[in-house]
Design a protein around this ligand. Sequence first.
Ligand SMILES: [Fe+2]
Ligand SMILES: [Fe+2]
Length: 313
Amino acid sequence: MSKYLPIRVSTLRGDQPIKFDAYVRVAGKYILFCREGDSFENQRLERLKSKKLQRMYIPVEQEGSYAKYMSHNMEKAYDTAAGAPVEIRAQIIQGALQAAVEDLAEDVSNQAFYKALMDSGLRFKEFLQEDSALISLLTIHNHEFNIAHHEVNVAALAIAIAEETGFAESHPMLMPHLIVGALLHDVEHHHDNLNLSTTSDKLPAAQKSIYDRHAGRGAEKIKQNAFYDSLVATIVIQHEERIDGQGPEALKEKDLHQAAQIVAVANAFDQYLQYEKIDPKEALRRILIEKMGILSLDVMKSLQNALKKRNII
Ligand SMILES: [Fe+2]
Ligand SMILES: [Fe+2]
């Protein structure tokens, strides 16, 4: 009888035949979902994702085939000469980075996952220099507000803002940590089982009080591991803060790190996109009105300029 290994659904693509058998586990039994040589077909895969299924399984002896499938996809994604459309490449990169976020967020003390996430984050930053990369990424549908998907979007927006504000140029050594901090900013939501398909103000009181502690608790998890740069925990704890001092940690604007303010704006903007289902132009209009006096105006203006330069608004 076969033994099975878990694989992440976020790494799978619906448009090509797979080189391994993929199983789902139901009540302790492994059921063949897609056979080697068949394609997931986009719709079936979308259905799995909308059911929040994060893992599928492959027979242990097919581990090598799965590794090849992954590396083939990554080569296709990062090889600009191969000619794959930027939308397809954005989907592959989004899925792979989402899987790297999930790996580390679920096992925060794993240094190999940390290193892998930082490497993927830096590669991601290079990808985002390409025309249409950011808009291709932001238009990928995020089923039921998948938290790792949101964290990847926030990292992409934070990179664009950091480049616009001059932070990337003045603090190049901090950029890898800003990216990891953005990718992990909601690390606690990988553990707290909250219903995130709705905005936090609509949560019942008991869930709301758990929500209100997610930044602080997430930072505590990070701080227990000495290998993280201190900026990562700073971003995690400060990303829900408000410049008027009314955030969960009641920090004042002067006490907020610039990188955390960048992530805070990126975070709020992606929430408008995902929860309100509005386009970037309308989301920008809303954030400028509704977050005035709450988030840094300079950082919001940098977001506006970053989006303009990329022809997104
Ligand atoms: Fe958050
Ligand atoms: Fe967030």
